[in-house]
Write a protein that binds this ligand. Structure first.
Ligand SMILES: [Zn+2]
Length: 130
Protein backbone atom coordinates (compact mmCIF):
# COMPACT_ATOMS: atom_id res chain seq x y z
CA UNK A 1 0.00 0.00 0.00
CA UNK A 2 2.83 2.35 0.90
CA UNK A 3 4.51 1.64 -2.43
CA UNK A 4 1.40 2.59 -4.35
CA UNK A 5 1.13 5.75 -2.32
CA UNK A 6 4.75 6.64 -3.07
CA UNK A 7 4.29 5.84 -6.73
CA UNK A 8 1.24 8.09 -6.99
CA UNK A 9 2.76 11.07 -5.18
CA UNK A 10 3.30 13.96 -7.55
CA UNK A 11 0.95 12.41 -10.07
CA UNK A 12 -2.49 13.58 -11.06
CA UNK A 13 -4.47 10.57 -9.80
CA UNK A 14 -8.20 10.50 -10.23
CA UNK A 15 -10.37 13.53 -10.93
CA UNK A 16 -13.89 14.26 -12.18
CA UNK A 17 -12.82 14.29 -15.83
CA UNK A 18 -11.19 10.88 -15.40
CA UNK A 19 -14.33 9.51 -13.80
CA UNK A 20 -16.53 10.93 -16.57
CA UNK A 21 -14.28 9.45 -19.28
CA UNK A 22 -14.42 6.07 -17.51
CA UNK A 23 -18.22 6.19 -17.46
CA UNK A 24 -18.28 7.02 -21.19
CA UNK A 25 -15.79 4.20 -21.87
CA UNK A 26 -18.01 1.79 -19.91
CA UNK A 27 -21.12 2.80 -21.87
CA UNK A 28 -19.26 2.50 -25.20
CA UNK A 29 -18.01 -0.92 -24.15
CA UNK A 30 -21.54 -2.10 -23.29
CA UNK A 31 -22.86 -0.89 -26.66
CA UNK A 32 -19.87 -2.54 -28.35
CA UNK A 33 -20.69 -5.87 -26.67
CA UNK A 34 -24.35 -5.59 -27.64
CA UNK A 35 -23.81 -4.54 -31.25
CA UNK A 36 -20.33 -5.79 -32.10
CA UNK A 37 -19.40 -2.39 -33.53
CA UNK A 38 -15.61 -2.57 -33.45
CA UNK A 39 -15.04 1.17 -33.58
CA UNK A 40 -16.88 1.58 -30.28
CA UNK A 41 -14.67 -1.08 -28.68
CA UNK A 42 -11.57 0.71 -29.92
CA UNK A 43 -12.90 4.08 -28.72
CA UNK A 44 -13.63 2.61 -25.27
CA UNK A 45 -10.09 1.23 -25.12
CA UNK A 46 -8.60 4.56 -26.20
CA UNK A 47 -10.58 6.37 -23.49
CA UNK A 48 -9.29 3.98 -20.82
CA UNK A 49 -5.74 4.62 -22.03
CA UNK A 50 -6.34 8.38 -21.82
CA UNK A 51 -7.71 7.97 -18.27
CA UNK A 52 -4.62 5.96 -17.25
CA UNK A 53 -2.30 8.46 -18.90
CA UNK A 54 -4.00 11.33 -17.04
CA UNK A 55 -3.88 9.44 -13.72
CA UNK A 56 -0.13 8.83 -13.91
CA UNK A 57 0.70 12.16 -15.47
CA UNK A 58 3.08 14.45 -13.58
CA UNK A 59 2.01 17.53 -15.51
CA UNK A 60 -0.40 18.60 -12.78
CA UNK A 61 -1.03 22.12 -14.11
CA UNK A 62 -2.18 20.81 -17.47
CA UNK A 63 -4.34 18.03 -15.99
CA UNK A 64 -5.99 20.43 -13.53
CA UNK A 65 -6.71 22.86 -16.32
CA UNK A 66 -8.34 20.05 -18.35
CA UNK A 67 -10.43 19.07 -15.35
CA UNK A 68 -11.41 22.68 -14.69
CA UNK A 69 -12.55 23.13 -18.30
CA UNK A 70 -14.51 19.90 -18.10
CA UNK A 71 -16.26 20.99 -14.88
CA UNK A 72 -17.22 24.33 -16.39
CA UNK A 73 -18.62 22.64 -19.54
CA UNK A 74 -20.49 20.21 -17.32
CA UNK A 75 -22.09 22.94 -15.24
CA UNK A 76 -23.06 24.81 -18.46
CA UNK A 77 -24.69 21.64 -19.77
CA UNK A 78 -26.55 21.12 -16.48
CA UNK A 79 -27.80 24.72 -16.54
CA UNK A 80 -28.94 24.46 -20.19
CA UNK A 81 -30.79 21.27 -19.39
CA UNK A 82 -32.52 22.84 -16.38
CA UNK A 83 -33.52 25.86 -18.51
CA UNK A 84 -34.80 23.59 -21.25
CA UNK A 85 -36.95 21.67 -18.76
CA UNK A 86 -38.30 24.89 -17.30
CA UNK A 87 -39.21 26.17 -20.78
CA UNK A 88 -40.84 22.87 -21.64
CA UNK A 89 -42.94 22.94 -18.49
CA UNK A 90 -44.14 26.47 -19.34
CA UNK A 91 -44.52 26.02 -23.09
CA UNK A 92 -48.30 25.66 -22.93
CA UNK A 93 -48.75 29.16 -21.51
CA UNK A 94 -45.69 30.99 -22.82
CA UNK A 95 -43.75 31.39 -26.00
CA UNK A 96 -40.00 31.90 -25.81
CA UNK A 97 -37.93 34.23 -27.96
CA UNK A 98 -34.24 34.96 -28.22
CA UNK A 99 -33.38 38.63 -28.55
CA UNK A 100 -31.52 39.20 -31.86
CA UNK A 101 -29.49 41.97 -30.17
CA UNK A 102 -28.11 40.34 -27.03
CA UNK A 103 -29.35 36.71 -27.20
CA UNK A 104 -31.26 37.24 -23.98
CA UNK A 105 -34.16 34.80 -23.61
CA UNK A 106 -37.61 36.33 -23.37
CA UNK A 107 -40.90 34.86 -22.27
CA UNK A 108 -44.21 36.07 -23.73
CA UNK A 109 -47.73 34.84 -22.87
CA UNK A 110 -49.22 32.77 -25.68
CA UNK A 111 -52.22 33.63 -27.78
CA UNK A 112 -51.70 37.39 -28.31
CA UNK A 113 -51.13 37.13 -32.06
CA UNK A 114 -48.50 39.27 -33.75
CA UNK A 115 -46.67 41.39 -31.22
CA UNK A 116 -43.80 43.83 -30.91
CA UNK A 117 -41.33 42.65 -28.31
CA UNK A 118 -38.92 44.97 -26.55
CA UNK A 119 -35.93 43.33 -24.93
CA UNK A 120 -35.74 44.49 -21.29
CA UNK A 121 -31.99 43.97 -21.26
CA UNK A 122 -30.78 45.87 -24.35
CA UNK A 123 -33.90 47.66 -25.59
CA UNK A 124 -33.91 46.04 -29.03
CA UNK A 125 -37.35 45.76 -30.63
CA UNK A 126 -38.41 42.87 -32.81
CA UNK A 127 -41.62 41.28 -34.03
CA UNK A 128 -42.95 37.87 -33.21
CA UNK A 129 -46.05 35.71 -33.09
CA UNK A 130 -47.12 34.49 -29.69
ZN1 LIG B 1 -31.64 42.15 -26.00
Amino acid sequence: MNRIFEFMSGRNGNDQLGLALLVVALILNIIFRMTGMYLLGIAAMALVLIVLYRMFSRDLAKRREENRRFLSLWSDAKRSFAEWRLRRSQSRDYKFFVCPGCHNRLRVPRGKGKIQITCPKCGQRFGGKS
